[in-house]
Design a protein around this ligand. Structure first.
Ligand SMILES: CC(C)[C@H](C(=O)O)[C@@H](O)C(=O)O
Ligand code: SF4
Length: 459
């Protein structure tokens, strides 16, 4: 057999059929659900008189629209209340476990799956959400899917998919102190472009990736979709095995995490190499995640960008962002700092923010939303809640997507500028007319203290 990449291997081992059009039918090991994008799937199932094939491999949570100020907060919005009730009714009817707001395991879908130990190396996982790529950090083939595909997986535990291409992103060297997986993700996307991995599964490798914690790998894989990757993954190693042993001790022995890897010398359709030691903390200046520069840099002059397409995109972005070419990144004042989202709301991220905020005061509104109830509990156990409170930051009581997307109560007003640890800086993403700068947790925290974009070294 020809040498295979990790993605090809996982794919092949899950093929259970082939369509006449030449697509593969894949078996799905784990199906995660949240309250957005699923009601029509359940309605379709009901209309067809079908049932859920494997409720035991299906797990739901509430995250996108849930309040964050208190677990027992009654959402003033009737449509959102209805959406969550519908999710609860659907899960109850089809016997799918649902982690509702207030439960000890509720949280952002991409945060709770890993922390419950549900994602295993070499498996397939799907969820009705583009950032499902996060789960690839475990060496799983994890794909975001649409509503009709959700219905198909609910009914059959399989999915028809076109075989993807393979891309390798290899990061050599060592990341400098203060440079995080978020900065690496922004650097990779800046290099590859927002469509750079279209149709590909990206395998992240190289010394700098191997040195990342599982949390860091999740941040990196989370943002693979921002360069249009179908999925992003990291080959499992001892770091993966150790994480899984802690998350799901009862499963240890049922699989060998270290046995899951691609063949040496397997060919990729596209290869991108990056020197990890050259990556610096990054800040986005535009309205897509590829539009970022180092913290030491300046807002670019659109006229100096390499292509006409980039130039016109940059002109439009700078207008929306109300930025002038040549402005030093550190001179950009913000109104709000948001630390959270499936990119950067795990314990490691909160620790990094707390390390900067300890003994300091924030100058702008600073909202910190944990990725899960478990993350919040751990943060409290370590006293991070006190650090945040003493700094004047608002550490929310309940986890969720919150200000990452503005589908719930938390959103930014028009013209508000934020430094945010999220993954998308699209127009209106955090609220109509709001302006988002994507940054890492330490840069977000330093920015909160200074009121202008900053790194910990600037304080
Ligand atoms: C609402 C949801 C379907 C969406 C996604 O698919 O990613 C959201 O999570 C986002 O980040 O934009
Ligand atoms: S935190 Fe943001 S990016 Fe992640 S799933 Fe929620 S809305 Fe999407």
């Amino acid at each position: 057999m020809a040498q295979e990449t990790l993605a090809q291997k996982v794919w092949r081992r899950h093929v259970v059929g082939r369509t006449r059009a030449g697509n593969d039918l894949l078996y799905i090991d784990l199906h995660l659900l949240h309250e957005v994008n699923t009601p029509q799937a359940f309605a379709g199932l009901r209309a067809a008189g079908r049932t859920v094939r494997r409720p035991d491999l299906t797990v739901g949570t509430e995250d996108h629209t849930t309040p964050t100020v208190a677990v027992d907060r009654r959402d003033p919005d009737a449509a959102r209340r209805f959406q969550r009730r519908l999710m609860a009714r659907n899960c109850a009817e089809f016997r799918i476990p649902l982690h509702r707001l207030g439960s000890a395991s509720q949280g952002i879908v991409h945060v709770i799956g890993p922390e419950m130990g549900l994602v295993r190396p070499g498996t397939t996982a799907v969820c009705c959400d583009s950032h499902t790529t996060t789960l690839g950090a475990f060496g799983a083939l994890a794909l975001g899917i649409g509503t009709s595909q959700v219905e198909h997986v609910l009914a059959t535990q399989t999915l028809v998919l076109k075989r993807p291409l393979d891309m390798s992103v290899e990061v050599t060297g060592t990341l400098s102190a203060g440079v995080t997986a978020k900065d690496l993700a922004l650097a990779v996307i800046a290099r590859a472009g927002t469509a750079g991995a279209q149709g590909h599964v990206v395998e992240f490798g190289g010394e700098a990736v191997r040195a990342l914690s599982m949390e860091g790998r999740m941040t990196l894989c989370n943002m693979a979709v921002e360069m249009a990757a179908r999925a992003g993954l990291v080959a499992p190693d001892q770091v993966t095995a150790d994480y899984l042993r802690r998350a799901a001790p009862r499963d240890v022995g049922r699989y060998d995490a270290l046995a899951v890897h691609g063949d040496p010398g397997a060919a990729f359709d596209r290869v991108v190499r990056l020197d990890g030691s050259a990556v610096q903390p990054r800040v986005s200046w535009g309205t897509n995640p590829a539009q970022s520069v180092p913290l030491d840099g300046r807002v670019p002059d659109p006229g100096e960008l390499p292509s006409a397409a980039e130039e016109s995109a940059a002109r439009r972005a700078l207008e929306y962002m109300a930025l002038t070419p040549g402005t030093a990144v550190r001179d950009i004042a913000v109104d709000t700092v948001f630390i959270g989202s499936c990119t950067n709301s795990r314990l490691e991220d909160l620790r990094a923010a707390a390390a900067v905020l300890a003994g300091r005061r924030v100058r702008v509104d600073t909202v910190i939303v944990p990725g899960s109830a478990r993350v919040r509990a751990q943060a409290v156990a370590e006293g991070l809640d006190r650090v945040f409170a003493e700094a004047g930051a608002d550490f929310r009581a309940a986890p969720g997507c919150s200000m990452c997307v503005g589908l719930g109560e938390d959103r930014l007003g028009a013209g508000t500028r934020s430094a945010s640890t999220t993954n998308r800086n699209f127009e209106g993403r955090q609220g109509a007319g709001a302006r988002t700068h994507l940054v890492s947790p330490p840069v977000a925290a330093a920015t909160a203290v200074r009121g202008r974009i900053a790194g910990p070294g600037d304080l």
